[in-house]
Design a binder for this molecule. Structure first.
Ligand code: NAI
Length: 351
């Protein structure tokens, strides 16, 4: 794809490098976008394997998500920039065809080892990493389940936000609305339900809602399109992006928004509105950085995994959130703008 086409896309943000990977033998097509790079340090970003309508949509996703990773890494205190790998589905991206695509992708990213470290995102399993590792060394995510650490950070981030809003980190009697009961949403539910008051939940997968109701008597089911407007203390977006947008922001009836989903606010203006409504928003890429912190630890310590060390690092998310809340109060600025400024100061200083 031509450089001027890439630069004309709205997600382009002076990316350091964008590579188009292609192998006609296996029909592999992928983009690797590197948003920012810190000196000799490779940039981090997991690989997504997804069906897109066309090549441009795949590229736009790679540009957008690599940018998000720079913000996430900067505010997780990690000295790496952000990147993203996106493999896009072709008709024959299943079974043996899929394995050959992963192998071919791995062979091509191995030459990017000084600038790109990757792992699993949507559509890539941990077992796929073992296939890829045969051809590329710049792969992480083998030590443990990084989602476990994302959930740990999200739960502690929720407590930190609750403490700021209600002057006590206890969730006892607090009411919650959880959007999405997948890996992160279910972990949040397990952590808070035993103490919380009513917990409203919604998922497009009815089985997940049924099992949550069976497990906890304070769980109340609501339809997916009504979860955001529940009158609760805390709304936890744990499903897809754009949970808070121009169409629904006025309908919110919570004091705190803290959850695991990426790209929770549609744009900066929606975040500004949250502040005007008196809602405390825990910026998504700060609270959900636990998985990245875990895989970065694996890169730093390839031969010595210590769960307690990773746990300790993930819990520092609370300190950073606390600092963002302090700055927001001090300057009367929305939390997402404070977080963006802090991250940009960090990665814009990279050589
Ligand atoms: P998941 O795929 O396990 O769970 C997502 C859940 O949301 C599913 O149960 C799905 O049925 C449900 N869902 C989809 N659309 C919905 C809707 N409109 N209303 C209600 N429920 C809906 O994903 P996971 O791993 O729990 O991730 C959740 C979010 O957290 C995603 O935005 C992901 O990008 C983000 N995230 C996850 C990380 C991880 O380590 N798993 C790391 C950082 C961010």
């Amino acid at each position: 794809m031509e450089q001027d086409v890439i630069q004309s896309l709205p997600e382009y943000d002076e990316h350091k490098n964008v590579s188009f990977l292609r192998d006609d033998k296996t029909n592999m097509r992928a983009f690797v976008a590197i948003h920012r790079k810190n000196g000799d340090m490779p940039s981090f970003g997991a690989t997504r394997f997804w069906k897109y309508d066309n090549e441009t949509e795949a590229l736009r996703d790679a540009l957008r998500l690599s940018c998000l990773m720079s913000y996430k890494a900067a505010l997780a205190g990690l000295p790496c920039g952000g990147a993203k790998g996106v493999i896009f589905h072709q008709e024959d991206s299943a079974g043996q065809g899929r394995t050959r695509i992963l192998e071919s992708y791995a062979k091509q990213i191995s030459s990017l080892k000084d600038s790109f470290i990757t792992g699993t995102d949507v559509g890539v399993l941990q077992s796929d990493l073992f296939v890829m590792k045969r051809y590329a060394q710049n792969i992480v995510g083998f030590n443990d389940n990084s989602t476990k650490f994302t959930a740990l950070g999200v739960v502690h981030g929720i407590q930190c936000a609750v403490e700021r809003a209600f002057r006590s980190s206890s969730v006892k009697g607090r009411t919650f609305a959880i959007q999405g009961l997948g890996k992160i949403g279910a972990a949040v539910l397990e952590a808070i339900a035993p103490e919380a008051g009513d917990v409203y939940v919604a998922d497009t997968d009815a089985d997940k809602v049924a099992s949550a109701k069976r497990a906890h008597k304070n769980v109340v089911e609501v339809p997916p399109d009504e979860i955001h407007r529940q009158k609760v203390d805390v709304f936890c977006p744990c499903a897809m992006g754009n949970a808070l947008n121009t169409n629904n922001v006025a309908e919110l009836s919570c004091s705190v928004i803290a959850g695991g989903a990426n790209n929770q606010i549609e744009n900066e203006v929606v975040g500004d509105i949250l502040q005007r409504m008196g809602i405390l928003y825990a910026p998504d890429y700060v609270i959900n950085a636990g998985g990245l912190i875990a895989v970065y630890d694996e890169y730093e310590h390839p031969d010595s995994y210590e769960e307690e060390r990773v746990r300790h690092k993930v819990l520092t998310i609370e300190d950073r959130l606390g600092h963002i809340f302090d700055e927001s109060e001090k300057h009367g600025k929305p939390t997402h703008r404070i977080a963006n400024e802090l991250a940009e100061q960090t990665f814009n200083a990279y050589a």
